[in-house]
Ligand binder design. Sequence first.
Ligand SMILES: Cc1ncc(COP(=O)(O)O)c(C=O)c1O
Length: 431
Amino acid sequence: MNCTPMTNESLYRYASQVLPGGVSAAARAGKAVGGPFYMARGEGSRLHDIEGHEYIDLHTSHGAALLGHGHPQIKEAIAKSLEMGMLCAYETEAHGAVAKRLVDLLPGADMIRFTATGTETTYYAVKLAREFTGRHKVLKFEGHFHGFNDYLQFNFWPTAENRYPKVSQETPGAPPGTEKHVIVLPFNDLDLLEDTLRQQGDEIAAVILEPINYNSGGIRPLPGFLEALRRLTSEKNIILIFDEILSGFRTGPGCLQEYLGVTPDLFCIGKALGGGMPISAFGGKKEIMEHVAPLGKVMHSGTYNAPLPCILAVNTFLEVITEPAFYDNLLKHCDLLYGGMGEIIQRLGIKCWIQATGARFNMLFGLEKEPINYAESSRRDVATTVRFFDSARKHGIFFFDGWHHGISAAHTQDDIQKALEGIEAAMGEIA
Ligand SMILES: Cc1ncc(COP(=O)(O)O)c(C=O)c1O
């Protein structure tokens, strides 16, 4: 490959000839900031780009790098799998053991199935709910992201004219009529939810949601909303699915289902789970999970289901996060960061609401209070947000051009201090 000189710009031009948009995932194109960033390597809390710049990473791989980049124990787990021939498409002793660890940690887990991506995981969870209930419709909330499968890719981040009550596809390509199987509601509107379930409950297979909507501003359920949702779905025999692909392991090893004290029927986890390796899972109550083949009729099979390097990485991830001081340290550093940002914002007189739960946070420029739904959070000032990210990167702090950010367990107190200095400098520039 000859692409000298290796600048971001030259690599972008080179890659654009063979990768649509120069990237392998659309989100990496960084449209708002003028193009993708090409990295040379990651190490712990740091990223190094191909032009030799070093950044403190506050993106952490869309949240996948909760342990930081290249965690030594994850590397050892992968090395072990190499010794075992990188087995793929075989079950090993480790598969059941890792599933058992998850069953022990997650309140909603009687059984687990491993998958690769989040998009695929929510697809299977919905499919399973349909077969179990014999119903077709799925209710989701506006602003909640569940990956780009045809069943669920509606009203993630609609423009004002496409918002609720419209049901709007996020991307073309699904067969016409797919939208008839989806009901979209604004989050946190209990009256509307009750009305909808009263009128259409008998047709609804599942309600799926991000228990905390990190993908559109870190929006938390209003007091009582989740409990009411749990009660109403149980009354109507509707499967309640927590999509914890992103929220999983941000607050503790029991995920949000433990943190919020509400147990779903099915859940999806991913991202952080693999310590940087591509693995996700769905799980839930035994009587539902028993409908997965070969016990039941819902086929779930695949060559790359749970390859050994990923399974051993999950095993190690779970070992690391259940070490006694893991969450104390991580959450202490989170508090340091969020407190420091709040202090900077106040001192510089910048309108920016920091919405944070556990190891993930949102910066909502232009907002002065916690949003309760996407209609409110989407009023954030995107132009200022992008200017801030751009400026922060010039000060050595890597923010991804998106909604949510976070630190990893590899971020030290010194990293947080440096991050705050960069954030302050960037805030000063945009003030
Ligand atoms: C809540 C949620 N569900 C599903 C997905 C899709 O996951 P993946 O990117 O692994 O397909 C994401 C990804 O950001 C997510 O945040």
